[in-house]
Design a protein around this ligand. Structure first.
Ligand code: AMP
Ligand code: GLY
Length: 421
């Protein structure tokens, strides 16, 4: 079977790696992939905004299944487009992808189905939003409606910050804004909960916790994610049940009621307050680096899971996990998430020796004459399994030290809430 993966990050390298070597796999393609995927798949560079170009390649090369990694093509309707050309695709369609593409869509769904989430208001102009905040208590959260690469959320401590947020959003900092969202601030601990569904059967795809801030102690700017660990320390049977019955099941059912089936991974961003789950956001894909953290624990055949999902037969597969802890540290280019150098040689990459249950996934890397260079902010993610988070972290840091890449930086404190220092 020939499988193509869309995306170029650590998440996509992890998906590619989990498929690589399966007996059913004849060939893997990555669109466009990175230096890591180039070792196990054929990297294809084409204009991903042009779905026709992609479709022609898929048809010409008789690719049997496409797996979509990032949210942008999903929200842009790549699944609808490829399926209309009889191509099998793993991922939600355009309407279902509104769960990530529009925060207001999700909030309205929550309201309709009584899904626990922060109280909210939707405002369609600066004056109404400003009047509202003049009467509110702080902190509050101001959010842009659409995709904003994790940047359209402002936690505001006072009037001045809230006014700036409102102004920036309506001035189009995150694209044309007809509305914005103002939310109650929820005080609790965050958890990411993943499921996979074919729209009928929902299966858990583990929990994780990522560290979004650039600096140790969860300080500094927001990033795509500097590291993660799985499982989350918060999960327990009772909470698990509540997340499924109060949040996920009504969401999938609610989508069916508006005439669509959710197919793919769903990333459920939660705030846990006294063992009660509140939905913060949905992402219509796996997280990055949560995917790199979770996939090494998977014992089952990932291709079978993808195919069962596409064929609406997810009830027929069982998803089994290794009973181990997983920790992932992302090695970034110095300066990230602001300016950083690209095209810096990673000269010792072949010195890294990985044992069983140790993975080094590439993200922002590119290959030139057998040498690996950086070409992004997040460059490599190291995900190791162990009996303890602490042991995994120590071994990862040893590997990063072996690499000794002078342009890199990373957080040494990933998992600090689950590791006694
Ligand atoms: P989002 O993109 O909606 O996940 O928001 C980004 C981050 O902002 C989340 O991971 C939370 O840390 C924080 N956040 C968003 N909404 C809220 C809220 N209502 N209360 C507290 N923190 C929030
Ligand atoms: N790690 C956060 C995300 O993938 O959105």
């Amino acid at each position: 079977m020939k499988v193509g993966i869309i995306g170029s990050g650590g998440r996509e390298h992890a998906i590619c790696y989990s498929l690589y070597g399966l007996i059913e796999i004849e060939r893997l393609y990555c669109f466009p992939g990175n230096a890591g995927t180039s070792r196990i798949a054929e990297n294809i560079s084409l204009n991903l905004e042009n779905f026709n170009e992609l479709k022609d390649f898929i048809k010409a090369n008789k690719i049997d299944l496409i797996v979509v990694g990032p949210e942008k093509p999903l929200v842009d309707g790549i699944v609808d487009f490829l399926e209309a050309h009889n191509i099998k695709v793993f991922g939600p369609n355009k309407l279902a992808s509104q769960l990530e593409g529009s925060k207001i869509f999700t909030k309205n769904l929550c309201k309709k189905h009584n899904i626990p989430t922060a109280k909210f208001g939707i405002f369609d102009n600066i004056d109404k939003a400003t009047l509202f905040i003049s009467k509110t208590e702080y902190p509050i959260v101001v959010k842009a409606d659409g995709l904003a690469s994790g940047k359209g959320v402002y936690i505001c401590e006072n009037d001045k910050e809230a006014k700036t947020a409102i102004k920036e959003i309506f001035e189009g900092k995150f694209g044309k804004a007809e509305n914005l969202l103002i939310e109650e601030f929820l005080k609790g601990e965050e958890m990411s909960y993943f499921i996979i569904t074919d729209g009928k059967t929902i299966k858990k795809f583990e929990t994780a916790q990522d560290h979004k801030r650039a600096l140790e102690g969860d300080m500094g700017k927001n990033t795509g994610g500097m590291g993660a660990y799985s499982p989350s320390r918060l999960i327990n049977k009772e909470l698990d049940k509540k997340i499924m019955s109060k949040i996920i099941e009504p969401t999938i059912k609610g989508l069916r009621e508006i005439g669509t089936n959710y197919k793919g991974f769903l990333y459920v961003g939660l705030m846990i307050v006294k063992n009660e789950p509140y939905l913060i956001e949905y992402n219509v894909r796996m997280g990055d680096p949560e995917c790199q953290t979770i996939l090494p624990k998977l014992k089952s055949n990932l291709l079978e899971i993808f195919l069962a999902c596409c064929n609406e037969k997810l009830n027929e597969v069982s998803i089994k996990w290794k009973n181990k802890k997983s920790l992932c540290i992302v090695l970034c280019s110095k300066g990230y998430p602001d300016e950083f150098k690209t095209n810096v040689l990673i000269n010792n990459i072949n010195q890294i020796k990985l044992n069983k249950d140790e993975y080094c996934y590439h993200a922002g890397t590119t290959k030139n004459k057998e040498q690996v260079y950086s070409n992004g902010g997040r460059v490599l993610s190291f995900a190791f399994l162990s009996e303890s988070f602490s042991d995994a972290r120590i071994r990862i840091i040893n590997s990063i030290n072996t690499l000794n890449w002078e342009n890199g930086f990373y957080r040494k404190d990933i998992g600090f809430k689950v590791i006694d220092e």
